[in-house]
Write a protein that binds this ligand. Sequence first.
Ligand SMILES: [Zn+2]
Length: 725
Amino acid sequence: MKAHILATVACLALAPFAAAPAMAQSTDRAALEWDALYFANDSTLPFHAPDFTKITPEVMEVAFEKAMAIHDGEIAAIKNNPEAPSFENTIVAYETSGRMLNRVAAVFFALTGANTNDALDDIQTRISPKLTAHGDAITLDPVLFARVKAVYDNRAAMSMTLEDAALLEDTYEGMVHAGALLTAAQREQVKQLNTALSKTTTEFAQAARSAMSDQPLIVDTREELAGLSDADIKAAADLAASKGHPGKFAIALQNTTQQPLLPSLTNRATREKLFQLSFHRADGQRAVDTRMLAAKIATLRAEKAALFGAPDWATYAMWDRMAEKPKTALDFMQQMVPALAATQRRESAMLNEAIKADGGDYEVKPWDWYRYANRIKAERYDLDQDKVMEYFQIDRVLEDGVFYAANKLYGLSFKKRTDLPVYHPDVSTYTVYDRDGSELGLFYFDPYQRPSKRGGAWMSNFVEQSHLWNTKPVIYNVLNISKAAEGEVQLVSFDNVETMFHEFGHALHGFFADQRYESLSGTAVARDFVEYPSQVNEIWATWPEVLANYAKHYKTGEQIPAEMIEKIEAAGKFNQGYDFGETVTAALLDMKWAALSKDEAAAIDTPEKVDAFERKALGELGLEIDLVPPRYRTTYFNHIFSGPAGYSAGYYSYLWTQMLDQDSRKWFRDNGGLTRANGDHYRATVLSRGGTMDYFEMFRNFAGRNPDVTPMLEARGLTGGEAAE
Ligand SMILES: [Zn+2]
């Protein structure tokens, strides 16, 4: 399972600006206004791909203002329509409004995620609250809602397609969820809370990124980095120099609590320093402190939930999820805790033995964990990660692995192109062709880590599929693979191989979209469903026929030995106490924050109380928290504290969708695996359905029954109180 952020650009819920912001630059306003008109129409490039040669931060800021004004005009036209409310003149007119805004937002948020800079960050700070206010003004407009409600109340008498019905229900329920049924005074409070949330979550995201990118571990001597490869040491020297510490060495932090270089470092003091720097990121020990931002976000959310009569944010937020209720998600996770805790204790005892055998006189700590776990894994499975990497060259993985599997299952083919502008030289583009040879869409691949990119991996669209607009999907995958030094062959870890298959699973969900309306198209599905197709796609990374086609040694061209793959798969079941445990812990920590009542949240009013809350929340789970801390601590839990809603009360989705995933893998295995018939069936029942129908029904159409948790528990060795090894 790859924990990552799926960027969902919620362009629909965006809308009025008060006054034009003062531009920092003295750029000629008229020229900017002219350039901003670029977004007024579909791009003239193939597939309406964004023309990055015409897009600057300043142009986008002006375009946002114009787009919001135009959107306001479109909404006013719906409200002022003298005809009686109908599906076409109200629901469809609303769905199709704000098109320019969608175009600007799709490009802008792609760039702030994958290639940001100070100018973009500043604009985001200014524009986010305005976008929120704009969206609220529309979804909370009483005149607009009265028209939507009139159509909704008449739905039994109307003849509609299933997709029309889904659009009507989503539109109505979405407005109710936004507060359309509240009093005017309550609606005003909701608007204020949303604006405050938007501002605070943006601050959190920027502070957390700064704590990650601007505060590398700096060490004085090469000796302290003993164990790292020459390439890693050179990168550390380069980074230190670029940070103003020539002659020293710097290790950049990555997203998660665990850090990828920890297992290689032989110097235990350096390991501890690197881990502590990561673990104490943004918690006040250094310049950045996000604790009060997290507390404020939790309070604002609990206050908002209370306005809707919900006891807590989790109850309010889960209304449109597959799981629907916090209790369903919590029970689902709690049932894993006893076996998981037992596995963690068993694994730590095993690691302590390994440390002792190594001559160490200490008990295992989180910063030692992977060093020894990897060593045991290497001994037991005789698996050298560097050797494994030699079989995974990035272009081969993408074109002969990821694309190949998509060809076998779905009949897709791909052609690289070099004629389209990209936002960074590392980004490549491909035309995707469907099973009948027609053009299906456009794919952008942006694989490498850089300081301007936020951590993690994600997929999103520049252009959404829609039969109404006659648009085909333009999709990007963003990853954070360490870039090889100049002139070196670009190899990737097996983990990143799986991430590439995973992200492309999201891309397939987007490419196979077959909807009339953008807001129901492709990956516009519930948060606890969206990670399901992407995880299913990971199964093909180790499918023998696929492997044989792409996993070849970069020097000799030899195929990866079958026993190496068997070992990778066996090793994949090793260390579940940590690997799975850190995700379950993060998911439960998320739920603890989301389950606070308004009063409970407000009582967390000092940084020390944030520390205490987190300690208590983690302590009462019944897991071995000191050994296996959460994958993200509160202070850098971007998934739940970045973005007005983010993945809050939704991190469990990664686990929930694993249930769907493992059960679906079983279906593929039981039905002959990598075949066009299986691919076409999955495409027809799940991948092409977007958000147009009930998720349990979708799953039943695919598998012929309801999802079953057993395959997931078995895959993790979590079937009893004491897990088997
Ligand atoms: Zn994903």
